[in-house]
Write a protein that binds this ligand. Structure first.
Ligand SMILES: [Zn+2]
Ligand SMILES: [Zn+2]
Length: 268
């Protein structure tokens, strides 16, 4: 397994899974993460997002290792897009007792054969994993109406789907809008990267991946994010496509400044 495809233990019971896809930037190979996170409690386990279908064998191998013979109990795709939910058929077949949880209102349109395994969970509802709790949260920054975020009380980790992704000091891909990193920076925490991202780099991913943020003032959304951070102790933020953030306060300010720039039209 290449370095890009090695799982990483973020904290006790939280595994960073998935892999990187390769994008083409001028003169240089760059990566972006398509991540999934496994949270394992004393009683139950939950997989947050499924990883990209290109990585299905990788994700299954990582899951087998991390679960150590235990079943996978819950799968929580943050929203029904390919990099987040695309491995559902393979995972539901591989783990026959696993239930799909979240805002699953339209999942049976994609997978009618699994209708009895979709369990609706709204923001505010919790799952007891045994010694830790997984809470479903409103996605304050989202691209689909039925996106949800999540929170693991055991590690104090917030899972933010397509929110809080950013690029680093690498050339931007010509026709891509993914938050890229260099080969060798896979699965690094934000605090381990050579330099923190600038506001401009955070704005690059924000303005293109979440196009609506050009038209909507996101300051109220960030106030809600801040209220969530005050109510729940957050040590780590896990985006689906960026590096895991361990400098939570610093990144929140950078990301808010980036969204302000996009909204004010200084970055297109
Ligand atoms: Zn995504
Ligand atoms: Zn990578």
């Amino acid at each position: 397994m290449s370095a890009a495809h090695e799982a990483r233990l973020i904290a006790d019971g939280v595994h960073w899974l998935g892999g990187c896809l390769v994008a083409n930037a001028p003169g240089q190979e760059v990566h972006y993460h398509v991540s999934a996170y496994l949270v394992v409690g004393a009683r139950a386990s939950i997989l947050v997002d499924t990883g990209d279908p290109a990585h299905l064998p990788v994700v299954m191998e990582q899951l087998d290792t991390a679960l150590g013979g235990r079943p996978l109990d819950y799968i929580f795709p943050t929203h029904p897009e390919i990099p987040h939910a695309g491995n559902l058929p393979g995972l539901l077949e591989r783990y026959p007792s696993a239930l799909v949880v979240g805002d699953v209102r339209d999942y049976l349109l994609h997978f009618p054969e699994y209708e009895d395994r979709f369990i609706s969970k709204a923001a505010g509802e919790c799952l007891d994993l045994g010694g830790r709790e997984f809470r479903f949260l409103t996605a304050f920054i989202r691209d689909l109406e039925n996106t949800l975020w999540g929170y693991d009380s055991g590690a104090g980790m917030l899972f933010v789907s397509d929110g809080f992704s950013y690029i680093h000091d690498v050339p931007a891909p010509e026709e891509d809008d993914e938050p890229v990193h260099l080969p060798g920076q896979c699965r690094m925490l934000s605090g381990e990267m050579p330099v923190p991202p600038t506001v401009e780099q955070a704005a690059y991913g924000t303005g293109r991946a979440l196009y609506w943020t050009k038209f909507v003032d996101v300051v109220p959304a960030f106030e809600q994010v801040r209220e969530t951070l005050e109510a729940l102790p957050v040590r780590f933020v896990g985006p689906a496509h960026g590096n895991v953030i361990d400098d939570v306060e610093g990144m929140l300010m950078t990301s808010l400044a980036a969204h302000r720039q996009v909204y004010e039209g200084r970055v297109l």
